[in-house]
Design a protein around this ligand. Sequence first.
Ligand code: AMP
Ligand code: ZN
Length: 465
Amino acid sequence: MNLYNTLTKKIEKFIPNNGNEVKLYTCGPTVYHYAHIGNLRTYISEDILEKSLKYLGYNVKRVMNITDVGHLSSDADTGEDKMLKGAKREKKTVLEIAEYYTNCFKEDCNKLNIKWPETVIPATSQIDEYIKFIEKLIEKGYAYLSEGNVYFDTSRLNDYYKLTNHNEEELISGVRDTVEEDTNKKNKTDFVLWFTKSKFEDQELKWDSPWGLGYPGWHIECSCISLKYLGNKLDIHCGGVDNIFPHHTNEIAQTESYLGDKWCNYWFHTEHLNDATGKMSKSKGEFLTVSLLESKGYNPLAYRLFCLQSHYRKQLVFTYESLDIAGNAYNKLISRINSLKQDKSMIDKEVYEKYNNNFKEALSDDLNTSNALTVLYDVLKADTNNSTKLALISSFDKVLSLNLIKKEEEIDDDLLKYITDSIEKRKNAKINKDYELADSIRKELLDKGIILKDTREGTTFEVIK
Ligand code: AMP
Ligand code: ZN
């Protein structure tokens, strides 16, 4: 598989540290508000990355954090904690806000067929890890205490900017919401590892530490959670492009100083989704969420298709017109697939291999999802039987996750129990020669869109839409 690596600024052959095992870390959401569809674009492409790696035969161990403390309004460690802002806005506690918006995020992921990572860790659950980590950085001379806060000393590193291409001034001013400067820092780029002092003394969650009652900085959670759950050698670290600086730059600085060794080989970043007015934001006017799209009648999977139609490293502009186009394409695609009646023919292995290889090639080409979709359309047009087409489409959907094939198991358990109980009752009615009851059961099911078919092997059913 070839992947673009932000660290080397090149497309590279992906080679995991340990054979077939891939250790993948994803920066999770800051749960102070709903995720906007821009955030979810990043999670869709990370989902495609995980599923593609699995499709290509790797075992993937994936960990994600949930930021429920320490992410201040400006990424440059100034302003109020975003969580506290959310709590004040809704007159709730920080923990209530965190729980509510974590669940909302989970629901959004579910609607977009984004797989929930096996290991998801809230930042507030790992305070002891951060304290141990910071103690070691101080011991090694990479961190210092100044006016109550512990800072990372970036002047200790020669290659602090290795993840970025930009110049220092540009980067620093890019993350500053206000011009206020933290005068306690030795260097402009130094960042907070542990706060005991900030202008916002009403910080709700605070913990005891060797430096006083306080709370962790934002970057530390990802380093410590990744080290704890994935070990000292990480294969891929993901996030949106805004995470490159300062968040991922600072993660590398502190983790490699802590380890005294290289930490992560591949850095995977998804470009932003913007709206027509520019940057997508949670505070600006109508705030684009999955629920908002649903309330306007859109299928969330049309949005997933919209994202897959373009490359994750290209900026994408969201408009309702383009979502309409993706929605129409989605409906057409599903109806074309639905019209393929399963035939009794054997799968044509040669054809299957050919298209499956094309699909794998598209994924291996730095996750070229638009080419992967082209292969799907090629299958629909291919000169082969329906069994082969349906087998390929079903296999591709393990990665695309567009619900391309309506599966039997999609009938919910209660409905299935009702149908099988009714079939049993009707069978007994017939044995007892109560044909009136048998007919009424058949009719009752038909009224609910369930057709019974009596075959020599017994009664089967079909659910019609
Ligand atoms: P946050 O909840 O702010 O911590 O962001 C969650 C994820 O969404 C991070 O990986 C961000 O880099 C990413 N992100 C933020 N804004 C956008 C956007 N407009 N388009 C795509 N990804 C974004
Ligand atoms: Zn992170």
